[in-house]
Design a protein around this ligand. Structure first.
Ligand code: SAH
Length: 375
C-alpha cells in the first residue's frame, strides 16, 4: 500500500477492487494520519472491504531496530528494510520547525570523498514504501496530526544515498509527503539534495515542485572532481546551467540552496570563498535576483577513517564573511546530533556486503541441509 501515492491508490481501488476513489482516501488517512496499518481496525470501511483488503494488500512499515535520542533533541532511527539492510533517518527539532532527514538508497554509488555513506558502497535503491515509511515512523513517534500539531514541518532528502539516482521512487514518496491525505507538507518544505545529476535535475524541474539543494563543495572543476567524482561527468558550469533551468521552469521557485561542506585546508581558504562568491553572483545575476542562491556552509563532520578535518570556527566565520561582503546570502549550518553520529555525512546504516551475503546464504543452506555447490 505504501508503494502508491494518491493517484496510484485511487486507480488500484477502482481497477483491482472495483471500489470508489474515496475509499483510497479513507485508507490513506488511517495509515498516515492515525498510523493504523491493520485493515481490521479501519472501522469506516465496512466488513467486506476490510476482508478484501486483508486478503490482497498489506501495509508494510520499516522495522525500528533502534531509536536513539541525542542530547540536543535530535533523534535517530535505525530502520530495518528487508531483514538484511538497515538505513538511518534523523529528526532535527528547532525553535520554529521540525526537520526529518530521509534516506533514499541503501549506501550510495557516488563515492564523495568526505561522506561516510560512501565508504559502505552501494547496495540498492529504497522503494517508495521504504522512503515514505521513514516519515511514517517519525510521525508516529512524534504523535503528529497534520494541521494540528506540526512537529514535523520539513523533510530533506539528505540522508543516505543520491535521491536523483532513485528518481521515480523518490518523486512518488515526496508526493505523499506533500499530500493532505499524507503528511500535508508545503512544497517549499520538502527539499531534495543532489550531488549534481544534471539530466535528472531537468526531469525534476517538470515532474515535481519541491525545493532543490545542490551539494557544491568547490567552485572550480579541479577540486570539485576530486571531492565529488560525479563532477567529471557533470562539471560546475553544466550544473549551474541546470540550476538556472530549474528556477526558470517554474515561476513559483525562487531560490536554490548550495551546500558547501568546509574541510580544513582543502576547500576552506579565502580564495575558495572568493571563487564561490563569484559563481553565486553570476548565478544571481542570470536570475536577476539577489536571493536566487542561498549558500549553506556545513562544517565537516568527522567519522572513523576519514582523512579530512573540520574547519575551525574562526575560519568558518571568515569564509562566511567573504561571501556576505560579496552580497551572497550565506548561513552556517549548526552541527546537530553528532553525539549519536546523526550529523550530515555520518549516516551509515547497516549494509550486508556481497561477500557477507553469500556467506550467510551458504550458512542457511547448510542449516537446511541443502547442497551448496558454491562452497
Ligand atoms: N547525495 C545527496 C544527499 C546526501 S548528502 C547530496 O549529495 O546532496 C547530504 C549533505 O551532507 C550533502 O550536502 C553532503 O555533501 C553533506 N555531507 C556529506 N558528508 C558530510 C560530512 N562528513 N560532513 C558534513 N557534511 C557532509
Amino acid at each position: 500500500m505504501l508503494e502508491l501515492d494518491r493517484a496510484g491508490l485511487e486507480r488500484w481501488f477502482a481497477d483491482t477492487l472495483g471500489e470508489q476513489r474515496f475509499r483510497a482516501h479513507q485508507v490513506m488517512k488511517w495509515i498516515h494520519h492515525r498510523h493504523v496499518t491493520d485493515f481490521g481496525q479501519m472501522t469506516d470501511l465496512g466488513k467486506a472491504l476490510r476482508a478484501k483488503l486483508e486478503q490482497r494488500a498489506e501495509v508494510r512499515v520499516p522495522d525500528v531496530q533502534f531509536d536513539k535520542p541525542s542530547a540536543d533533541g535530535t533523534h535517530k532511527w535505525l530502520l530495518g528494510m528487508d531483514g538484511r539492510n538497515a538505513i538511518e533517518t534523523v529528526y532535527i527539532p528547532d525553535k520554529t520547525r521540525g526537520t526529518l532527514c530521509v534516506s533514499s538508497q541503501v549506501g550510495c554509488a557516488l563515492n564523495c570523498q568526505f561522506c561516510s555513506t560512501a565508504t559502505q558502497g552501494f547496495n540498492r535503491n529504497l522503494s517508495t514504501a521504504e522512503i515514505i515509511g521513514q516519515v511514517w515512523v517519525a510521525a508516529r513517534h512524534l504523535g503528529n496530526v497534520p494541521h494540528q500539531q506540526r512537529r514535523l514541518t520539513n523533510v530533506v532528502m539528505m540522508g543516505m544515498g543520491e535521491p536523483l539516482a532513485n528518481f521515480d521512487n523518490v518523486v512518488r514518496a515526496m508526493s505523499v509527503m506533500r499530500d493532505d491525505l499524507g503528511y500535508g507538507l508545503a512544497n517549499k518544505r520538502v527539499t531534495l539534495s543532489t550531488a549534481g545529476m544534471v539530466p535528472m535535475i531537468d526531469r525534476l524541474s517538470v515532474e515535481s515542485d519541491v525545493s532543490l539543494a545542490v551539494s557544491l563543495h568547490a567552485a572550480n572543476d579541479e577540486l570539485r572532481s576530486e571531492l565529488v567524482p560525479l563532477n567529471k561527468k557533470y562539471p560546475v558550469a553544466e550544473l549551474m546551467d541546470a540550476c538556472v533551468r530549474y528556477l526558470q521552469a517554474n515561476s513559483r521557485r525562487d531560490s536554490i540552496t548550495f551546500e558547501y561542506t568546509l574541510m580544513h585546508g582543502v576547500n576552506d581558504r579565502p580564495e575558495h570563498a572568493r571563487q564561490l562568491a563569484r559563481l553565486m553572483r553570476q548565478f544571481c545575476n542570470t536570475m536577476q535576483s539577489r536571493e536566487a542562491a542561498k549558500v549553506n556552509l556545513i562544517p565537516f563532520n568527522p567519522f572513523p577513517g576519514t582523512r579530512f578535518e573540520r574547519t575551525p570556527e574562526e575560519d568558518v566565520r571568515a569564509f562566511q564573511k567573504i561571501l556576505i561582503d560579496a552580497n551572497v546570502l550565506t548561513l552556517v549550518r549548526r552541527t546537530r546530533g553528532d553525539d549519536i553520529d546523526a550529523a550530515c555525512g555520518q549516516l551509515k546504516g547497516q549494509v550486508m556486503d556481497r561477500t557477507r551475503r553469500q556467506a550467510e546464504f551458504r550458512r542457511r543452506l547448510q542449516e537446511q541441509g541443502g547442497v551448496d555447490h558454491a562452497a
